[in-house]
Each structure stands twice: as structure tokens, then as C-alpha cells.
Design a protein around this ligand. Structure first.
Ligand SMILES: NC(=O)c1ccc[n+]([C@@H]2O[C@H](COP(=O)([O-])OP(=O)(O)OC[C@H]3O[C@@H](n4cnc5c(N)ncnc54)[C@H](O)[C@@H]3O)[C@@H](O)[C@H]2O)c1
Length: 322
């Protein structure tokens, strides 16, 4: 099996590269290193069945060269940061929407067997009802979400127009080792880095905005179940724990788990367009694939903090103080 993983040097993509390289599939990792990191995949470069391609999904000629030998595509490459999408909406759209279109079209031209597209709960915007199932309106209020809606809907069009096997996996927040703790990193990584280095987490607004967190191993499991599922999944499918946690509760949990009991989060102005509540209804994933998040948040967080203490780099910690 030859698997192309776009965004393979990023947080989630690198875990997929690792799993399938170690299971002896031929893995092509395509990344332009806009947000990816060579340290996520360097250990895989000694495997003969792993190939790193430093390239861009906006480069259709490159995709045309790669795709003829590919059986499966895990499409994760994206500009993932909401804040950056507000500053650079065009770049975000070019990568997330038009880049996805490139991947789909190249896959169509060369009869790729199956594509798993990394969609996101951010397409929904703030909940109109809870928990959110796949029929929830797509109300993303920011350019990141809008560009991911375009990608999600283009996948849908390719499924229903060309009969392609494309799974639209709408993941709620994922966390775990290798998630960036600098710049626009994931909130759990950033809070952990700050708390461990003795500075309080920063919360935008009152901190009552909620999210639904899934540990990386559960997300990888979801990918694997989709890969092995022998029928087409023609409608989007949610993956989330079904439990909501406020940012304030999250900050306090990290403070506790890092043994910094006297620390208090700092509140600053709310961010424009920030989604207020996200909670998954993942009943469809359970029904179709038998998937259910196995890790509870505290267990996943303990594993993450343990990893971070051992492998979170000095450099990252120093950069965070700038
Ligand atoms: N992390 C989450 O909580 C989460 C939740 C839902 C969905 N997703 C989706 O999962 C995917 C992966 O997210 P992640 O958290 O691993 O992010 P990430 O930024 O770590 O990974 C994305 C990778 O794509 C690469 N990339 C960006 N633009 C590219 C381009 N034009 N060509 C080639 N590579 C490019 C980046 O360098 C990076 O390595 C994204 O599509 C994201 O929308 C993530």
C-alpha cells in the first residue's frame, strides 16, 4: 500500500507517517514546512519505505508527478491557525481550499483508491444546538473555518459527482505530543509550556468558551478505522469525545497537573470571531466504525505533559519568552 500523507511533517500527519512507515506501508510525506518540523519525522528517514518530499500542495505539477503511484491519500496539509487566517485570508484560502482542490483533482486523474480528508469542527462555528452532529449548519465566522468549509464541500462534490471514495473526517480539537507550543500552537501545548516555565496561561475573554478535546492516539485510530473500512463513507463524519471543557477549566487543570497550585491564569481582551462552544456528537463514528474516544482528557493530558517534560525543547521554551 502506498500512502501519500500531505502535511506529514506536522503534528497529526507525523503520527500517521510513523504508524504506517513502521507497519511497512510505503509512505510519501509531502510538506512545505510552513508549520511542520523536521524533528517530527527525522527518525523515519532511515526507513527505506519512507520518503520525504519537500513540496507544496499548491504545486499541481508536483502532485501530478506523485499521484500515479499512490493508492491512498491522507490529506492534512493546511494553514491551520485561526489568528493567522484573519491576517492572511488569501494565503489561507489558497492552501486550504485551492490546495485541497489540487489534491482532489490529481487523485481523480490518477484513480487514487481512497482519500481521507482532515476536515474540522471549526466549520460549524458556534453551536446552534448541543452536541453538534454532522447536520449542524456550517457557520464558521473566520477565514480558517470558511476555507475549510470550501475544502470539505469540494470533497463532497467529488464524492457525489465522480463517485470517489473520500471520507470527510471532521475532527474536534486534537492534542498530544508534537503539537506546537510556540507561535499559533495548540492551546494545551502553549498553556503547558507557559505553566512549566513559570508564567501563567493567557485566556482571551472570560475563558468560558468551550472545546471538545481528543488525544492524538484516538485520532490516529479514527484514521486507521476509516482506512480499513471496506465501504465508502459518503457523508461527513464527526470525531470528538462528546465532552466539553472551558478554556478556564483547561488552564486550571494544566496548572494542577504541573504542580503550580498558586498560579492564576491571566485574562486579556476576547478574540474577534472566536467560537463560543464546540461539543461533538460522534454517534455516527461509533455506529459506522465502532470509534469512541478512549482517553479521557486528564489521562491524555498527563501523557502529554510527561512527553513535554522529557522532549519539549529548551529552544521552544526560550522562544516563548519573547
Ligand atoms: N490539530 C487539531 O486540533 C485539528 C482539529 C481538526 C482538524 N485538523 C486538521 O488536521 C490537519 C493537520 O492539523 P495539525 O494540527 O497537524 O497541523 P500542522 O500545522 O501541525 O500540520 C499541517 C502541516 O501542513 C503543512 N503545510 C501547510 N501548508 C502546506 C502546503 N501548502 N503544502 C504542503 N504542506 C503544507 C505544514 O507545514 C504542516 O506540517 C489540518 O488540515 C487541520 O485543519 C486539526
Amino acid at each position: 500500500m502506498k500512502i501519500l500523507i500531505t502535511g506529514g511533517a506536522g503534528f497529526i500527519g507525523s503520527h500517521l507517517c510513523e504508524k504506517y512507515t513502521k507497519e511497512n506501508s510505503t509512505v510519501l510525506c509531502l510538506d512545505n514546512f510552513m508549520n511542520g518540523n523536521i524533528t517530527n519525522i527525522r527518525h523515519l528517514t532511515r526507513y527505506r519505505n519512507f520518503k520525504l518530499i519537500n513540496g507544496d500542495i499548491r504545486d499541481f505539477d508536483l502532485l501530478e508527478k506523485i499521484m500515479p503511484s499512490v493508492d491512498i491519500v491522507f490529506h492534512l496539509a493546511a494553514q491551520i491557525h485561526v489568528d493567522r487566517s484573519v491576517v492572511e485570508p488569501k494565503l489561507t484560502y489558497e492552501i486550504n481550499a485551492l490546495g485541497t482542490q489540487n489534491v482532489l483533482e490529481a487523485a481523480r486523474m490518477y484513480d487514487v483508491e481512497k482519500i481521507i480528508h482532515a476536515s474540522t469542527s471549526e466549520v460549524y462555528g458556534s453551536s446552534e444546538y448541543y452536541p453538534m452532529d454532522e447536520k449542524h449548519p456550517l457557520n464558521a465566522p473566520h477565514p480558517y473555518g470558511a476555507s475549510k468549509i470550501a475544502a470539505d464541500r469540494m470533497c463532497y462534490a467529488y464524492i457525489h459527482t465522480y463517485g470517489m471514495d473520500i471520507s470527510i473526517a471532521r475532527f474536534f480539537n486534537i492534542f498530544g505530543p508534537r503539537q506546537k507550543d510556540i507561535g499559533y500552537g495548540g492551546v494545551i501545548s502553549i498553556f503547558t509550556r507557559r505553566v512549566l516555565s513559570g508564567v501563567p496561561p493567557i485566556i482571551y475573554g472570560d475563558g468560558l468558551q468551550t472545546r471538545d478535546y481528543t488525544y492524538i492516539d484516538d485520532a490516529v485510530k479514527a484514521y486507521d478505522l476509516i482506512l480499513k473500512y471496506d465501504k465508502k463513507i459518503t457523508e461527513p463524519i464527526n470525531f470528538g469525545s462528546g465532552k466539553e471543557l472551558s478554556i478556564l477549566e483547561l488552564a486550571n487543570m494544566i496548572i494542577d497537573l504541573c504542580d503550580k497550585k498558586n498560579m492564576k491564569p491571566v485574562h486579556v481582551e476576547p478574540r474577534p470571531g472566536e467560537v463560543k462552544r464546540l461539543i461533538a456528537n460522534a454517534a455516527k463514528a461509533k455506529k459506522i466504525l465502532g470509534w469512541k474516544a478512549k482517553y479521557d482528557l486528564e489521562e491524555g493530558m498527563r501523557k502529554f505533559i510527561h512527553w513535554y517534560k522529557n522532549y519539549g525543547t529548551e529552544k521552544n521554551i526560550k522562544m516563548s519568552e519573547r
